[in-house]
Write a protein that binds this ligand. Structure first.
Ligand code: NAI
Ligand code: MG
Length: 480
């Protein structure tokens, strides 16, 4: 069992009150580590260190390409430790090992992408009048807080931290109390790097203590958060007191819209993967299937056929579906499945699975729920499990109406060979990403990612994320 420490101002420290939290492997319930239960005093130390580092001449003088080089070194270290990190992520989150590897590879790409971007974020000059030069520069925003969820910890930490450091900010990461292991490894790599003390800090603890203390700290300059709408709302309110901008990525109820003229095999692959990846514990999970009525029976039969072939078991055994994170999440999913009995009908699955030798893990069958009303909870609320809700439509307008009929708007999949229809729908869909005849474009770390409506605002990933971590300064010089 590992004893993890926080990393504050270049030092490895326990929490001031020396309390700890146990970390479990969701696949079998084993305790694999303890982390410090950081509280407001610990967070205060970390934020002050980050503030001081930000104000230091040493950090200011690091050239953009040198920040980029630091990030390249991080990418190299992750690559060198790829196997260990993939296993660690798998053990910590419960995801299938292949997904663990995919997550590590995405982390490498994030560090490389933002390493390359570090010396390419340019400003503007603006024509005002003869005798005036006006220029616009993007400056770092200051101390950035990164509150990481438990479902894709290394990916989500890498995408925001790399962007923040590329643009010259300092960082305080609060990893998820359930899944801190790869955050700890990345922290080790940062500790070995040439970063000066206080530029990168990692704190651990519960959301309502450590997370809340970070998002309400008066010295913070930006908060990036991925997680629930409820917690996102709380974070935004506490940041409001300090007039601090936030970037919120708050999940969804993303639809896959399937027309009878689709490439069926591609659509089946896409729809199945979109709801079973990471056992459905994915912000962008394709948790609603909107299907053309005349095509419904044919398509659903094929999905059921595929669901029957999916294997379920511990992450390291690399089955198709791993365990649910913990008992709280598991019970939440079960409550939704229970609701299906009154709101609709369970067409497939719905039962707990006991995996021999891993009886303390929380496993559940992939599940299909049918006969739902568009306004039912199962058609509206994020379940965060391998549960697919089905709704039917008769024409494009109905499909569009259903697709936009939730409070969320993160991702939409459209499956049709009619390119005019697909483009038309893409233009009318309220979501931050639209995928036509694919779902996710292989992870797409270069594409801006974020929500419409209650799925949040601000964009992560890609070039656009750099703007979260900069503020704009306009300088006008009159020389005549
Ligand atoms: P959560 O949103 O409460 O937790 C995510 C992160 O926020 C964790 O690091 C947690 O420590 C931190 N946090 C919690 N309360 C906080 C507060 N008051 N101030 C600052 N930070 C705080 O999500 P939770 O409870 O783990 O899961 C509940 C549901 O949230 C899931 O069933 C799912 O629907 C949704 N969720 C969505 C995610 C996404 O990828 N969009 C990721 C995780 C959860
Ligand atoms: Mg864990």
């Amino acid at each position: 069992m590992k004893t993890i420490k926080m990393y504050i101002n270049g030092r490895w420290v326990p929490s001031i009150n020396e309390e700890t939290i146990e970390v479990t492997n969701p696949s079998n319930g084993e305790i694999i580590a303890t982390i410090p239960r950081g509280n407001a005093n610990d967070i205060d130390d970390a934020v002050k260190a980050a503030k001081e580092a930000f104000a230091s001449e040493a950090w200011r003088r690091v050239k953009p390409h040198e920040r980029g080089y630091l990030l390249f070194v991080m990418a190299e270290k992750i690559r060198e430790n790829r196997d260990e990190l993939a296993e660690l992520e798998t053990m910590d989150v419960g995801k299938p090992l292949a997904q663990g590897y995919a997550d590590i590879d995405a982390a490498i790409r994030y560090f490389e992408f933002y390493a390359g971007a570090a010396d390419k974020l340019m400003g503007d000059t603006i024509p005002i009048q003869d005798g005036i030069i006006d220029y616009v520069v993007r400056e770092p925003i200051g101390v950035t807080g990164h509150i990481i969820p438990w479902n894709y910890p290394i990916q989500i930490m890498s995408r925001s931290v790399a962007a923040a450091i590329a643009t010259g900010n300092t960082v305080v990461v609060k990893s998820a109390e359930d899944t801190p292991m790869t955050a700890f490894k990345l922290t080790e790599f940062f500790a070995e790097s040439d970063l000066s003390d206080g530029v990168f800090n990692h704190v651990t603890g519960y959301g309502y203590e450590a997370g809340a203390a970070l998002s309400s700290h008066s010295l913070m300059n930006h908060i990036t958060f991925t997680g629930s709408v409820e917690t996102g709302t709380a974070i935004m309110k506490s940041a409001a007191d300090n007039i601090v901008p936030v970037t919120l990525e708050l999940g969804g109820k993303s639809p896959n819209i399937v027309f009878s003229d689709c490439d069926v095999e591609k659509a089946i692959d896409g729809v199945v993967k979109a709801i079973t990846q990471n056992a459905g514990q994915t912000c962008s999970a394709g948790s609603r299937l909107l299907i053309e009525s005349t095509f419904k029976d044919t398509f659903i039969e094929k999905i059921i056929h595929r669901f029957k072939q999916l294997t379920i078991g511990p992450g390291l055994e690399n089955k198709d579906i791993g365990p649910i994170l913990n008992e709280t999440q598991f019970k939440r999913i079960q409550r939704y499945i229970e609701l299906a009995k009154t709101e609709g009908e369970i067409l497939f699955g719905g039962k707990e699975v006991v995996v021999e030798g891993s009886e303390n893990g929380f496993y559940i069958e992939p599940t299909i729920i049918d006969n739902l009303k568009p306004d039912s909870k199962l058609a509206q609320e994020e379940i965060f499990g391998p549960v697919l809700s089905i709704l039917t439509f008769d024409n494009e307008e109905e499909a569009l109406q259903l697709a936009n009929n939730t409070n969320y708007g993160l991702v939409t999949g459209i499956w049709s060979q009619d390119i005019s229809r697909a483009h038309y729908l893409a233009s009318r869909i309220d979501s931050g990403q639209v995928f036509i005849n694919n779902y996710g474009a292989g992870g797409g770390i270069q594409m801006p990612f974020g929500g419409y409506k209650k799925s949040g605002f601000g964009r992560e990933k890609g070039w656009m994320a750099l703007y979260n971590y900069t503020q704009v300064k306009n300088v006008a010089i009159q020389y005549r």
